[in-house]
Design a protein around this ligand. Structure first.
Ligand code: ASP
Length: 412
């Protein structure tokens, strides 16, 4: 029995659990909430891995690059690709919002009982200051990902500068990264159960009445994400990395399923990292750097959605937008997607930033809040696929990918 279970590749178990979870939820209805705790347990188990995994993987990954020039080269290319895909995604959201006008013709009846999130802190200086951890231990204790990445990166760079004398610490970081990878393997065995419970909960508790008036918005959110995943990323994988698409998608399906069911890029991070290294042959240096950073700052699905929702709000309230407003949306949506944390619902909070800049009432948020989660799931899957795409492309350019491993069918 146990043998039968473990003989099925993990990704097949996960995809099966996802489908079965949806069916169970639809049949069971709101009662499926009773098994949500299994999903929560799974999310807690993954969250447990994040801080030590990021720290050890980044430090050991940067140390393995060998010199600062290579670090700058890989980092520069990754940032450029993050930025380019973000800009393309916002433009896509704006184009779809203009063509399909999701906010036109809706009766404005304010949903009640929904708290409108306070506007996100918009001050650029505050954002920059919050990147630098005052106290790295506190940053780790509070699970603040971006300052942790900055600390781990500086630590890795300092190790490179210290050279031979710091070799014992490099070895310790290598060993730590290896141990965290093994721990990830253990936790990943929970994935089918967690995904099943989360999908049953979403499918069972989701009220279709909330969906109907906003069906166009949901459809556009899904369509935009599919376009990014099936058109934009393949252009990068085929055009820049010159690698097979089928192998790419098969290699990251576990990460996609976790992203979809948890709606959190951070929660998917350990699994994404494992997929990159184990299935797609991306070196630990490039994968740990691009995936950890990408999970926090690269959110193409969110960028597309923020552009779309800004137009939705303007149409809902009959607000004329000038070309300058479009530029402002593009800028703030990109910034908002960078600033959004990789947790469920963070895109919703960033909406206030985009809406307030173009003078659209923040009440818009209340309209989409009820259906945010099912849109968030797809956005998060897109965000994580984007991180994997950039990781593969950068690794290919830097000669840091094992193409044989990438092409092999021997995936987890
Ligand atoms: N939940 C998404 C993520 O973690 C962000 C969003 O809300 O769009 O990637």
């Amino acid at each position: 029995m146990l043998n039968f279970w473990f003989n099925i590749p993990l990704w097949q178990r996960v995809v099966g659990a996802l489908a079965l979870g949806i069916v169970t939820g639809l049949l069971w209805g709101p009662g499926a909430e009773n098994i949500k705790w299994v999903g929560d347990l799974f999310i807690r188990a993954i969250k447990m891995l994040i801080v030590p995994l990021i720290f050890f993987s980044l430090v050991s990954g940067i140390a393995a690059l060998g010199d600062l020039k290579k670090f700058g080269d890989v980092g520069g290319k990754a940032l450029l690709l993050f930025l380019a895909t973000g800009a393309i995604s916002v433009s896509l959201g704006l184009t779809m919002g203009t063509i399909f006008q999701p906010g036109v013709g809706l009766d404005i009846v304010m949903p009640t009982g929904i708290d409108i999130p306070a506007p996100a802190s918009t001050s650029i200086t505050q954002m920059i200051l919050s990147l630098i951890p005052e106290n790295p231990v506190m940053t780790m204790a509070q699970g603040q990902i971006l300052p942790l990445i900055i600390f781990a990166m500086l630590f890795g760079v300092a190790l490179l500068m210290a050279g031979e004398e710091a070799a014992p610490i490099v070895r310790a970081a290598d060993a730590g990264a290896l141990v965290m990878q093994k721990m990830t393997i253990l936790v990943m065995e929970l994935t089918p159960f967690g995904v099943f419970a989360l999908m049953a909960w979403v499918a069972g508790s989701f009220g279709f009445e909330a969906l109907v008036p906003l069906a166009k918005m949901v459809a556009l959110n899904y369509a935009g994400c599919f376009i990014i995943i099936l058109v934009v990323y393949p252009i990068i994988i085929k055009g820049i990395a010159k690698l097979s698409l089928a192998d790419f998608f098969r290699g990251i399906i576990d990460a996609q399923a976790v992203a979809f069911s948890t709606a959190s890029s951070n929660a998917a991070l350990p699994v994404t990292l494992r997929c990159m290294q184990r299935n797609l042959g991306v070196s630990k240096s490039v994968s740990s750097f691009t995936v950890a950073l990408g999970a926090t700052i690269n959110m193409d699905g969110t960028a597309m959605y923020l552009g779309l929702v800004a137009l939705f709000g303007a149409q809902l309230y009959g607000i004329e937008l000038s070309w300058m407003s479009y530029v402002l949306i593009a800028l703030t949506a990109t910034l908002g997607s960078v600033g959004a944390a990789g947790i469920p619902g963070s895109g919703l909070i960033m909406m206030s930033l985009v809406l307030s800049v173009i003078g659209v009432p923040l009440e818009t948020i209340a309209f989409v809040a009820g259906i945010n989660h099912i849109m968030d799931m797809m956005r998060t899957m897109t965000n994580v696929t984007g991180d994997a795409t950039v990781s593969v492309a950068v690794a290919r350019m830097a000669g840091e990918i094992d193409v044989e491993e990438y092409d092999s069918d021997d995936d987890i």
